[in-house]
Design a protein around this ligand. Structure first.
Ligand code: FES
Length: 103
């Protein structure tokens, strides 16, 4: 499945994902992508992404841990998510997102 990523330099790249992987795991090896320093433990917020509007409603709901971390970000927007908290499913094939800025 495809994931379309606008990186921190503004370039559009395509990542390959598989159902069951976390979104973060599928995009972290791209250049200028998320840092994901905590490795997906929901404790660093360096996997912050902005998800394109049409995909937002297909994502799992934001849990309390994620909400708290998102709230600590200066650059949070209404479409902000932590990519380590999103498990890929076949319905997310083609998901389009932008990597959040470094904070
Ligand atoms: S990788 Fe650290 S919160 Fe997502």
């Amino acid at each position: 499945m495809r994931i379309i990523v606008t990186d921190r330099e503004g370039s559009v790249q395509e990542a390959e994902g598989e159902p069951g992987l976390k979104l973060m795991e599928a995009i972290r090896d791209l250049d200028d992508s998320v840092d994901a320093i905590c490795g997906g433990l929901c404790s660093c917020a360096t996997c912050h992404v902005y998800v394109d509007g049409e995909w937002l409603g297909r994502l799992p709901a934001i849990e309390d841990d994620e909400e708290e971390l998102l709230d600590s970000l200066e650059n949070r927007q209404s479409n902000s998510r932590l990519s380590c908290q999103i498990e890929l499913t076949p319905e997310l094939d083609g998901i389009t997102l932008t990597v959040g800025p470094e904070e």
